[in-house]
Design a protein around this ligand. Structure first.
Ligand code: NAD
Length: 241
C-alpha cells in the first residue's frame, strides 16, 4: 500500500500529548520513523514513535539530541515545531517570568532547534518544516501579549527560513499552521463560556479537533505539498478574532 511518508525521519516537538501526539501517530501510520520530543511524559505508545525527553530551551540537551538523532538515523527529513505553552495575563499584570518563559519556549526554543535541523536539511538537499503558530499570532488576543508576540514571530521565522534554506536550490519547504481553538489540555485554563464564545466566532460554529490540525500538518510535510512553501495555513473553522 502507498504510504505518504515511507523512509522519512520525522521530529515532532511537544509530541507526547495534544496536537503533537496526533501528528506523531498520523505520521507513523504513513510510514515515517517518528521521534516525539517532549519534556513531559509520553501519553500513548506506538511502535513507529520513539520518545525523546528534551526541554527545547536546554542548549546542551538540544545539541545532544541533534547529534544523537543524526548518528542514529543519518538525517532528519521532517520537523514539526509544535511544542508551546501559554502564561496568560493582561499586559499591566504580566510578570517578567510570564513574558520570558513564553518567549523562551514558543519562539527561542523553536529557533534554536531549527538552527541545527534546517541547515542539515539544506545540506541534505531536501526537507519539510512545519511551525505551529496560532490564530492569536495572526490576530492578537486580550491577555496574551507574550503568546501573540511569540506566535507572530513564528510566522516571521517561517517566511525567513523558506527563503534561507532553499536559496541554494535545496528542496526544503517551510510552512506554518495557525490553528484556531482546538480541544487539548492547553484549553483547560480557558473558561467554558469563553470557549463557547470562540466556537460561535467560527463559520463552522465549533472548536477544532486535534486530528484536524494533524491532517493539515501531514499534508504540508508530504509530497502533495511539494510546491507550497513560506505559507501560513489557518486551520480554524473560519475564525476571525
Ligand atoms: P498541549 O499543552 O496539549 O501540548 C504541548 C506539548 O508541548 C506538551 O506535551 C508539553 O509537554 C510540550 N512542551 C511544552 N514545553 C516544552 C518544552 N520546553 N520542551 C519540550 N516540550 C515542551 O498543547 P497543544 O494544544 O497540543 O499545543 C500544541 C501547539 O499548538 C502549541 O504550540 C500551541 O501553542 C499551539 N496551538 C494550540 C491551540 C489549541 O487550541 N490547542 C491553538 C493554537 C495553537
Amino acid at each position: 500500500i502507498f504510504m505518504r511518508l515511507s523512509g522519512k525521519t520525522a521530529v515532532v516537538t511537544g509530541g507526547a500529548r495534544g496536537l503533537g501526539a496526533h501528528m506523531c501517530q498520523m505520521f507513523a501510520a504513513e510510514g515515517a520513523q517518528v521521534i516525539a520530543v517532549d519534556l513531559g511524559e509520553m501519553t500513548y505508545s506506538d511502535k513507529g514513535v520513539e520518545y525523546y525527553q528534551l526541554n527545547i530551551t536546554d542548549a546542551e540537551g538540544r545539541k545532544k539530541f541533534f547529534a544523537g538523532t543524526i548518528e542514529k538515523y543519518g538525517k532528519i527529513d521532517i520537523l514539526v515545531n509544535n511544542a508551546g505553552i501559554t502564561r496568560d495575563a493582561m499586559t499591566r499584570k504580566m510578570t517578567d517570568e510570564m513574558w520570558d518563559i513564553v518567549i523562551d519556549v514558543d519562539l527561542k526554543g523553536l529557533f534554536n532547534l531549527t538552527r541545527y535541523i534546517g541547515p542539515q536539511m539544506e545540506a541534505n538537499g531536501q526537507g519539510a518544516i512545519v511551525n505551529i503558530s496560532s490564530v492569536v499570532g495572526e490576530y492578537g488576543n486580550i491577555g496574551q501579549a507574550n503568546y501573540a508576540a511569540a506566535k507572530a514571530g513564528v510566522i516571521g521565522l517561517t517566511k525567513t527560513w523558506a527563503k534561507e534554506f532553499a536559496r541554494k536550490g535545496a528542496a526544503v519547504r517551510v510552512n506554518c499552521i495557525a490553528p484556531g481553538y482546538t480541544m487539548t489540555d492547553m484549553l483547560k485554563t480557558v473558561p467554558q463560556e469563553l470557549l463557547d464564545k470562540f466556537a460561535a466566532m467560527t463559520m463552522l460554529g465549533r472548536l477544532g479537533q486535534p486530528e484536524e490540525i494533524a491532517s493539515a500538518a501531514l499534508f504540508l510535510v508530504s509530497d502533495e505539498a511539494s510546491y507550497i512553501t513560506g505559507q501560513v495555513l489557518s486551520v480554524n473553522g473560519g475564525m476571525r478574532l
